[in-house]
Design a protein. Structure first.
Length: 350
């Protein structure tokens, strides 16, 4: 257990929050965890009142983009028991991102014990309305100073909490992107670093002007293989087979993605992890063997895709009563909210 100091907020904002109408990621709890890396080592974590942070204008995060993050959730069941979903996977991926961005890895005790202490302190902030949860944002940035193009010598790690309502974006129609790329071979596509997401904003806005809600990213070389859907991993169902692309330098190793694959195998659904060509998807749409497409990620769990556009033609997917996507979402959320047995050992009680 890490030695964690706690400075409690003198007043709470909780009475100002409408927990029945929470937006996603815009309301923040009373406290946050902060930990600094200085002189080649991590200092002890501390919990402080949530609030602004002060940085020198020469902090390297502003100039060279050394910043990483994770997305997690905490859930409260009907007995007010609090659980996390596969938190050790988040910690492992956080350190993979840190290594790729030449940042120091955070010790497991600082990450996991710090998060548990923070959640216990702000336990009353965890919402209980249907579909709501405590969204958790661990992040790290280069706080060391200097204009020299090199890794910083100081870093700051923070965990902030955002009680959030259900993440629902309605019917999603996507455009298969052929001009812009999300990432490239040998790049940082597999790291959760801010620039990966900032670089998506412009082509996504262009797609929205054409009437789409999101972009399906293709490979950077031929634009022939689909890779991700917006900021989520993508799954395709052709016939009775569930398909998803393999992880690589370009594709994030999503925790929801891994959970979907495991559940599908447990249900006896045929799963293929391989490259999925745009040509194959379009052909399947034309001969009506394309049954589903959906994104998988922490925020929405499963985000069904109703149709896609490619080279000026729109293709609509069938409406299914008992889709694979809806089955996966129910199984995962039932585990997360402690409504069912967790045969996979993913639920971690606080």
């Amino acid at each position: 257990m890490s030695s964690i100091t706690i400075q409690k907020s003198e007043t709470s904002k909780i009475d100002q929050v409408d927990f029945d109408n929470l937006p996603f990621g815009k309301v923040f709890s009373d406290h946050m965890l902060v930990c600094d890396y200085k002189n080649g080592a991590w200092e002890s974590p501390r919990i402080v009142p949530y609030g602004p942070i002060s940085l020198d204008p020469s902090a390297k995060v502003f100039h060279y983009g050394q910043t990483i993050f994770e997305g997690m959730k905490a859930y409260k069941d009907e007995n007010n028991s609090i659980s996390l979903f596969r938190p050790l996977d988040n910690h492992k991926r956080f350190n993979i991102s840190a290594s790729r961005m030449s940042m120091p890895e955070i010790p497991e005790a600082h990450f996991i014990d710090g998060l548990k202490s923070l959640l216990k302190l702000d336990e009353k902030w965890i919402p209980t309305a249907s579909g709501s949860a405590m969204y958790i944002r661990p992040f790290m940035f280069a706080s060391g100073q200097g204009f020299h193009a090199s890794p910083a010598d100081e870093y700051t790690f923070i965990i902030a909490l955002a009680p959030s309502g259900a993440y629902f974006s309605g019917e999603v129609k996507v455009k298969i992107e052929e001009s812009y790329s999300r990432s490239a071979n040998g790049g940082v596509g597999y790291a959760k670093t801010g620039g990966n997401y900032a670089g998506q904003f412009y082509p996504t806005q262009l797609a929205k002007k054409e009437g789409y809600q999101q972009v399906i990213w293709t490979d950077d070389h031929e634009h022939e293989y689909i890779e991700e859907a917006g900021a989520m991993n993508i799954f395709v169902v052709i016939g009775d087979t569930l398909l998803t692309g393999p992880t690589s330098d370009r594709i994030l190793d999503g925790i929801t993605r891994k959970s979907v694959i495991k559940i599908a195998e447990d249900l006896g659904i045929k799963v293929e992890v391989r490259k999925i060509s745009v040509t194959e998807v379009v052909a399947a749409a034309k001969d009506h063997t394309l049954k589903e497409m959906f994104g998988a990620g922490t925020a929405a769990v499963i985000s069904p895709i109703s149709g896609f556009g490619f080279r000026g033609t729109d293709y609509k997917l069938p409406e299914l009563e008992n889709s694979f996507g809806s089955q996966f979402k129910k199984i995962i959320t039932d585990i997360q909210y402690n409504r069912s047995e967790d045969k996979f050992g993913w639920r971690v009680k606080i």
